[in-house]
Design a protein around this ligand. Structure first.
Ligand code: AMP
Ligand code: ZN
Length: 125
């Protein structure tokens, strides 16, 4: 258990398996707290996911205790968007999405930010 009362690793979770390299992925960035990889079914020319390595199921589980972690996660967004080829703001930019729960359209129950960008049109979004 982590100090936040959620399991750090769920052996049945797809993204925990990706963090553990039990399932292959195309890496974008990695540090002690986060793993970032290309979405397997991209909607846009640039489409990658940023996930905490700890198994936090969704944004609905975020509390004040996660403020530092979430701040560091947000700060990765513009840095990695530029690294992966999103065009510069304001004519370029990117879309940041985090689906939460069934009604929020979440399919994988491990917190993730979608970062999408690149020249339009996009497949979706
Ligand atoms: P969500 O619907 O917000 O839960 O998004 C889950 C995302 O994970 C979708 O965009 C999927 O395409 C993506 N995804 C599912 N399996 C994999 C995988 N093995 N590698 C990379 N991305 C994946
Ligand atoms: Zn997980």
């Amino acid at each position: 258990m982590s100090t936040h009362g959620v399991v750090d690793h769920d052996p049945d979770c797809l993204f925990c398996k990706i963090v553990a390299k039990k399932i292959p992925s195309r890496p974008v960035y990695e540090d002690d707290e986060f793993y970032c990889f290309h979405d397997i079914a991209p909607w846009a020319p640039v489409h990658f996911l940023i996930i905490p390595k700890a198994h936090i199921p969704s944004m609905a589980h975020i509390t004040d205790a996660h403020a530092g972690l979430m701040g560091r996660m947000m700060a990765l967004v513009p840095k990695l968007a530029a690294q992966e080829g999103c065009n510069p703001y304001p004519d370029g930019g990117f879309r940041l999405v985090t689906n939460t729960g069934v009604e929020g359209g979440q399919e994988v129950r491990h917190l993730h930010f979608h970062v999408m960008g690149g020249s339009r049109p996009w497949l979706r979004g």
